[in-house]
Design a protein around this ligand. Structure first.
Ligand code: BGC
Length: 417
C-alpha cells in the first residue's frame, strides 16, 4: 500500500514534469539555405542558443546559394497553409510577404529588447511591415569584395589590380603563370553578384543607385551601363572552362587552395576561409572589388516570423527573435559567417581585419551616402524585377550578345510594376 502510494506519487510528478515540459518546449521550424561549411557552423550557433531556452529546433534547410530554391519551397508551404515558424527572407520581399497577411508581429520582443535603439535605421526599417517588427536581423553582409590569394599573385609576379582596366592585364598574367584568374560559379545569382560590383566600380555609387535601385531608364540605357557589360565580358574571359553550375563555396575553395587568384563574392565567402582556418591578411586578402573603394553594397540576412496559432509556438518564436538579437549570438554567429553584427553595440575586438574594415566602411559610407543595397541579394528592388534583370545578365554572360543589346534588354525589364 505504502509502495503504491509512492509509485503513484512518482507517476503524478513525472506527468506534471512532462506536462510542464511540453508546454514550454516549443518546436521552432526554421527555413534557411545555409548549407556550406561556414554557413552550417553559423546556423548551428542559433540552434544551440534556442535549445538553451528549452525549445526544439526543427531544421528546414534547402540548399542552393542565394536562396532561390528555398524561396520556391517556402511559397509552396505557405500557400498550403503550413508556414514554418520563421524563414530566412530579406529586403523588399519582407514587404511582399507582409502584404499577404501571413507574418507575425514581434513588437513585444522588440520593445523589450530595445531593438529601435540598437539597430541602425537602415536595418530596422527593413525589419518592419507597416511600422511593426515582423523580422529579426542577424547580420550585415558586404557584397563588393574581391577575395584574393596573395601567394598566387606573388608566384605569378603580378600586383593586385585596383581598377577594372588593370584587372584584365593582371588576370592574363595569372593565366600565363598557370593559374585560373577568376574563380566563378556559373549560376544566375553569382553572375548578377559579379555584375553589381562591376556596375558600382564602373559607374560609382550614384550611378548604381540610379540604375539598380531607382531603375532610372536613362541610366540603364547609358554608355556607362554598356561599359559595365563590356567589363563583365572581360571578366567572363578569365573564368575557367568548368565554371557552369559550380556552387559559390567550391569557387571559394579554388582561391583557398591556390588554384585561382580571386573571387568576386560577398563576405559569406570569408566564412569558408575561416572554416578552413585561413588567416585574413596572411592567407587571403579581402579587398574592395576594383573601383569600389569607399562604397558598400549591403545585404542583411534576417528571419521573418510567420503567424502562429498556439501559445507554445508563439513562445518559441519570441525565443528565436530574442536569441537572434542577443549580443552573444550576434558576435559568435558573425565570427563564423563572415558578416558583421546588425546591432551597433557589439564589440569588434574578436573580429578580423576584414570585419573591422566592413564595420568601419558601413558607418563611413552611410554618412557619405555611398551605402547602397545589393540588387543581386534581394535588397534593392522587388524580387520579380530583380529576377528579370538577373536573367538578362546571365543570358549576356553565356552568349555573344552585344553590350548594346544587353543594355536595351535590361532597361526593358527593369520597371516597377
Ligand atoms: C545570403 C547569405 C548566404 C549567401 C550564399 C546570400 O544571399 O545573404 O547569407 O550565405 O547568399 O547562399
Amino acid at each position: 500500500m505504502k509502495l503504491n502510494k509512492l509509485t503513484s506519487a512518482i507517476i503524478a510528478s513525472t506527468a506534471l514534469m512532462f506536462g510542464a515540459h511540453s508546454a514550454l518546449a516549443a518546436e521552432v521550424e526554421v527555413l534557411h539555405y545555409w548549407t556550406s561549411g561556414g554557413e552550417a557552423k553559423s546556423v548551428a550557433e542559433l540552434k544551440k542558443m534556442l535549445e538553451a531556452k528549452g525549445d526544439k529546433w526543427k531544421d528546414f534547410a534547402v540548399s542552393g546559394g542565394g536562396g532561390e530554391n528555398a524561396m520556391t519551397v517556402l511559397k509552396t508551404r505557405v500557400v498550403s497553409g503550413n508556414a514554418p515558424t520563421a524563414a530566412q527572407i530579406k529586403g523588399p520581399s519582407i514587404q511582399e510577404w507582409g502584404a499577404e497577411g501571413v507574418l507575425a508581429n514581434v513588437d513585444d520582443t522588440a520593445t523589450a529588447g530595445k531593438w529601435d535603439s540598437l539597430l541602425p535605421p537602415v536595418v530596422a526599417n527593413v525589419m518592419k511591415f507597416q511600422g511593426h517588427y515582423v523580422a529579426a536581423p542577424v547580420n550585415v553582409h558586404r557584397v563588393n569584395w574581391m577575395w584574393v590569394n596573395p601567394a598566387v599573385f606573388k608566384k605569378a609576379g603580378v600586383a593586385v589590380p585596383k581598377t577594372w582596366d588593370e584587372f584584365d592585364a593582371a588576370a592574363t598574367k595569372l593565366e600565363k603563370a598557370g593559374f585560373i584568374a577568376v574563380a566563378h560559379g556559373g549560376q544566375p545569382w553569382q553572375d548578377f553578384t559579379v555584375f553589381e560590383s562591376i556596375v558600382l566600380g564602373v559607374g560609382g555609387a550614384d550611378f548604381y543607385s540610379k540604375s539598380m535601385v531607382k531603375l532610372d531608364q536613362a541610366s540603364l540605357k547609358s554608355t556607362t551601363m554598356e561599359k559595365a557589360f563590356e567589363t563583365l565580358r572581360m571578366v567572363r574571359k578569365h573564368v575557367d572552362k568548368d565554371f557552369a553550375g559550380r556552387d559559390w563555396n567550391l569557387a571559394t575553395q579554388m582561391v583557398i587552395n591556390g588554384k585561382a587568384g580571386v573571387q568576386f563574392m560577398g563576405d559569406w565567402a570569408k566564412g569558408e576561409f575561416t572554416a578552413a582556418h585561413k588567416k585574413a591578411g596572411v592567407d587571403f586578402l579581402c579587398l574592395d572589388a576594383p573601383g569600389t573603394a569607399d562604397t558598400f553594397t549591403f545585404n542583411i540576412d534576417s528571419f521573418v516570423m510567420f503567424n502562429q496559432n498556439s501559445a507554445d509556438a508563439k513562445k518559441g518564436q519570441a525565443d528565436l527573435a530574442s536569441a537572434i538579437m542577443s549580443p552573444e549570438f550576434q558576435e559568435v554567429f558573425n565570427l563564423n559567417k563572415g558578416s558583421i553584427p546588425a546591432r551597433l553595440d557589439v564589440k569588434m575586438d574578436k573580429f578580423d581585419d576584414c570585419a573591422k574594415k566592413s564595420s568601419f566602411d558601413f558607418a563611413a559610407t552611410s554618412k557619405k551616402g555611398t551605402l547602397v543595397p545589393s540588387i543581386a541579394h534581394g535588397m534593392a528592388v522587388p524580387s520579380a524585377v530583380a529576377g528579370a534583370m538577373q536573367d538578362v545578365v546571365t543570358q549576356f554572360f553565356n552568349s555573344d550578345m552585344s553590350a548594346k543589346d544587353a543594355v536595351g534588354k535590361l532597361a526593358a525589364v527593369a520597371k516597377f510594376q
